[in-house]
Design a protein around this ligand. Structure first.
Ligand code: PFF
Length: 449
């Protein structure tokens, strides 16, 4: 009965676009360069590519299997597929908590993109040298209320879209704007590659020094691949639950994983050559993207407009990701606690705001919002990407590989036998053996060190 009322995406393109909307965001353009820069550049890239394609994509497909089979939010999904008495629904709760924690610090940077959109409209970057642009970043993140106001505005925007529901909100936005983002990234690459001294940045990003690959680098790459593909915490279980019976979720997942990886690599090709050319450290962390990109625009003919369009698209790409995070919370609250959608969106956004504001304020110089040496922001980032998502991902592949009936999993993968089984058996093999062993080894070897 409940199935009848549940919305589904309107088309295969709808699932791809909504999932791509969730996957593409700050993880690609802000976090990926940040992590690659701090973890040895090309060495990180190689490990990242291997993990995203070999482990990440099968995990994406596993989440779709759970979602579509159960037609439920992450908590309900494990209840339905394993029985209410089992311990598996804990994985669903873990996912909802993870979505909430990610949303809290993700909206910090989301707020910055809104602030930087404002700055591009006002033309704040024109004619500025590197020092001035670095100062602008530091002034903005240190401002007592502006970044908080931007964060709250972003959350409000997210809540409004989520209140309107899956099809009207999420699908429509993603379809038009994601392809535009890809185009502007390519334009930026061309500019970045023609800057003087770009070669050094390219070598940093593409010429691996394998001695740089440590256990920590591998765990960071695993965390980044999960973060970037929105996996390991139930976002794609939630979206999987909206996929129509006849849609091909394997090819959709592969398409999204490739697009997501392409955009991350493009972001690296924009940022590293430019950063080396301007003399910005690749380890600059949070400031890397927000200082390098305005510098690139400034060197371009028509830079004012490119900058404006870029930040506008970045805001939208970010919004389609925050929507998917809030949707996890809202789907769980509406289906498990029977809250009306509007109320669930408000409760989710308000709860996120309470913690998120602390993450934003923790960036201020001298802020007491530190635990040990880390800011609240870094703490939430590490807790989710390095701990919760790998554990969540491990449990999800174990569930699909070993707890669900093999026939049910194959029925989902092949749309009840109407699609070819060959390749899909290979995917199931990875889900059963390779993925759990790889995730467990990477995660536990780091934990024990
Ligand atoms: N994948 C998003 C990005 O790369 O920006 C971040 C994200 C969105 C993570 C949704 C998790 C999630 F559920």
């Amino acid at each position: 009965m409940a199935d009848k009322k549940r919305e589904t995406f309107g088309s295969k393109l709808g699932i791809i676009m909504a999932t791509a909307g969730s996957a593409l965001g700050l993880g690609n353009i802000y976090r990926f360069p940040c992590e690659a820069g701090a973890n040895g550049g090309a060495a990180f890239l190689m490990v990242y590519l291997a993990l995203a394609l070999l482990i990440g994509t099968p995990l994406m497909i596993s989440e779709f299997v759970i979602g579509r089979r159960s037609r439920s939010n992450p908590v309900g999904a494990f209840k339905r597929l394993s029985g209410a008495r089992s311990a598996w629904p804990v994985v669903g709760y873990l996912g909802v908590v993870c979505a909430f924690l990610i949303l809290a610090f993700y909206t910090t940077v989301a707020g910055w993109t809104l602030g930087y959109l404002g700055k591009s409209v006002a033309g704040h970057f024109g004619g500025q040298d590197l020092e001035a642009i670095q100062q602008q970043f530091s002034d903005f993140t240190n401002h007592p209320w502006l970044p908080v106001a931007c964060q709250l505005a972003f959350l409000a925007l997210t809540a409004v879209v989520v209140m309107r529901g899956v099809k009207d909100g999420i699908e429509r936005w993603s379809k038009i704007l994601m392809p535009m983002l890809l185009v502007i990234m390519v334009v930026l690459c061309v500019k970045s590659l023609t800057l003087s001294g770009a070669g050094e940045g390219l070598r940093f990003f593409f010429k691996p020094d394998f001695s740089k690959i440590t256990g920590r680098v591998v765990l960071s790459a695993l965390g980044q691949s999960f973060f970037s593909l929105s996996i390991g915490m139930g976002a794609l279980i939630t979206y999987g639950s909206y996929i129509g019976r006849r849609d091909n979720m394997v090819s959709s997942a592969v398409g999204v994983a490739l697009a997501d990886t392409l955009v991350a690599v493009l972001a690296g090709v924009v940022i590293f050559p430019a950063a080396f050319s301007f003399g910005i450290q690749p380890e600059a962390g949070a400031a890397l993207a927000f200082t390098t990109l305005p510098m690139v625009f400034q060197q371009m003919t028509g830079g004012y407009f490119f900058c404006l369009i870029f930040f506008l698209l970045l805001v939208i790409a970010t919004l389609t990701s925050t929507i998917s995070l809030l949707e996890v919370i809202v789907a769980a609250l509406t289906e498990e606690l029977r809250l009306p959608r509007r109320k669930a969106a408000l409760v989710g956004a308000a709860g996120t705001a309470a913690i998120g504001v602390l993450a934003t304020l923790s960036f201020r110089t001298g802020s007491p919002l530190h635990i040990g040496a880390s800011t609240v922001f870094d703490l939430l980032d590490h807790l989710t990407a390095l701990y919760m998502m790998p554990i969540g991902g491990l449990l999800i592949v174990l569930f699909v590989g070993w707890k669900m009936k093999r026939a049910d999993v194959m029925a989902e993968l092949t749309n009840e036998g109407t699609l070819r089984a060959g390749l899909r058996k290979g995917i199931l093999f990875i889900v059963r053996y390779l993925a759990p062993v790889a995730i467990a080894v990477i995660f536990f070897s780091q934990l024990l060190m």
